[in-house]
Design a protein around this ligand. Structure first.
Ligand code: UD1
Length: 372
């Protein structure tokens, strides 16, 4: 009998990171499970996709859908038909999706409509803000998933509150796995970055901004004020969405004139980890980076009102400031007063991906072959 198979759907920056962790664990179970990888192509620029594949040693995907940039509906419309076709052909015992992007939702919908079990990695996260496209993607994906891999107890509780209790596994966080694993490799990159950008360890902030709500023109003007209020050397690797938005709003000059701020192209995984680990603090609207800062012991100022990673906020390591300059100053003062000593490691022991791989092997060995 041929071994069971899974299809893994990925397509953008944070998913390459999550997949790097799981791929590692799945490779160790290669005798038990065949893995077919589908890249939707939601992210296609080398800086958002290829560099992650290269640095994180991600194997060439088996299929590339090439969906590219488009509206949410159009992106989904481009993902669903080819994905359905290849799922019918591949007949996997499960489809694995990561996180909360349009590629996650596309994978979850295509699979669930074919009655193929969906395995959601990073299930149960909630910002409780339904204006965020990611929140809609999470809620829908969790409701059609059969295996729900939660990074935290809070995520498990969120699912229970939504009536989802079966197939839920508390495993820890796959992004924390890879952060722990690659910290030494990231540190090797630091001297080169320090010299290239004239940085001093512990003296500068790392900025990232790309959320839809923060790339509206009015929001961008407030981001400029918030970054000015930080009043310290800042490096800002610019996501292409954000760069286009600053240019369109006519605010790119104002951004470049913020004292002490250096604009960089998007950084690969190891370079970003290297600068974060050597920074004084992080200013971001990224979900993943809030947690990575925490894992590396770096304080975070979040340019949002909500966080899915509530533990980081409750521990005092992360402060939500919206885009308010006064709150940025207050957060910096709060961190200067002293950081929590040895905050608990909420995100597991670095073995979340192994636990997920084990459950997938066990589950697929038991399930009947998929048939349309
Ligand atoms: C997506 C995810 C978000 C995730 C982020 C990581 C959704 C709804 N959002 O946001 O959750 O945190 O990825 O980066 O899925 N672009 C390029 N080159 C690329 C890809 C995108 O220039 O390779 C630009 C295009 O202008 C595009 C815009 O970014 O229109 C938006 O891209 P998209 O993938 O839709 O969403 P992100 O903002 O990247």
């Amino acid at each position: 009998m041929s071994k069971p198979s899974i299809v893994v759907v990925l397509g953008n920056r944070p998913q390459f990171v999550k997949h790097a962790a799981l791929q590692h664990a799945l490779n160790e179970r290669a005798d038990d499970l065949r893995v077919v990888v589908v890249d939707t192509g939601q992210h296609y620029d080398y800086e958002l996709a290829g560099v992650f594949m290269d640095e994180l040693n991600i194997a060439e995907p088996n299929y590339s859908l090439g969906v590219g940039s488009a509206s949410h509906a159009e992106q989904l419309a481009r993902i669903l038909p080819p994905l359905e076709e290849l799922l019918i052909r591949e007949k996997p015992q499960a489809v694995v999706v990561y996180g909360d992007t349009n590629s996650t939702l596309g994978g979850a919908l295509a699979a669930s409509k074919l009655n193929i079990p969906v395995a959601h990695v990073e299930a149960g996260l909630r910002s409780f803000d339904r204006t965020m496209p990611e929140e809609i993607n999470r809620v829908v994906t969790d409701h059609v998933s059969e295996l729900l891999f939660c990074p935290t107890q809070v995520a498990v509780d969120n699912l229970a509150a939504a009536g989802i209790v079966s197939g839920v596994w508390l495993v820890g966080d796959v992004m924390a796995d890879i952060a722990y694993m690659l910290a030494p490799a990231a540190d090797e990159r630091w001297p080169e970055l320090r010299d290239r950008f004239g940085l001093e360890s512990g003296e500068f902030g790392v900025v990232t901004v790309h959320r839809a709500s923060n790339t509206e023109p009015a929001a961008l003007a407030e981001i400029v004020d918030a970054l000015t209020a930080a009043d310290m050397p800042l490096i800002f690797p610019l996501h292409p969405r954000t760069q286009h938005a600053f240019e369109k709003a006519g605010l790119h000059v104002a951004l470049s004139e913020i004292p002490g701020l250096s604009i960089l192209p998007p950084l690969g995984y190891l370079h970003l980890a290297a600068v974060v680990r050597n920074s004084r603090l992080v200013l971001t609207d990224s979900g993943g980076l809030q947690k990575e800062a925490f894992v590396h012991g770096i304080p975070c100022i979040t340019l949002r009102d909500t966080s899915e990673w509530v533990e980081t906020v409750e521990s005092g390591m992360n402060v939500l400031v919206h885009r308010d300059p006064d709150k940025v100053r207050a957060a910096i003062a709060h961190f200067a007063d002293g950081m929590p000593q040895d905050p608990p490691q909420f995100y597991g022991e670095g073995d979340a991906s192994q636990k997920i791989a084990n459950v997938l092997v066990e589950h697929t060995a038991r399930s009947d072959a998929f048939a349309t």
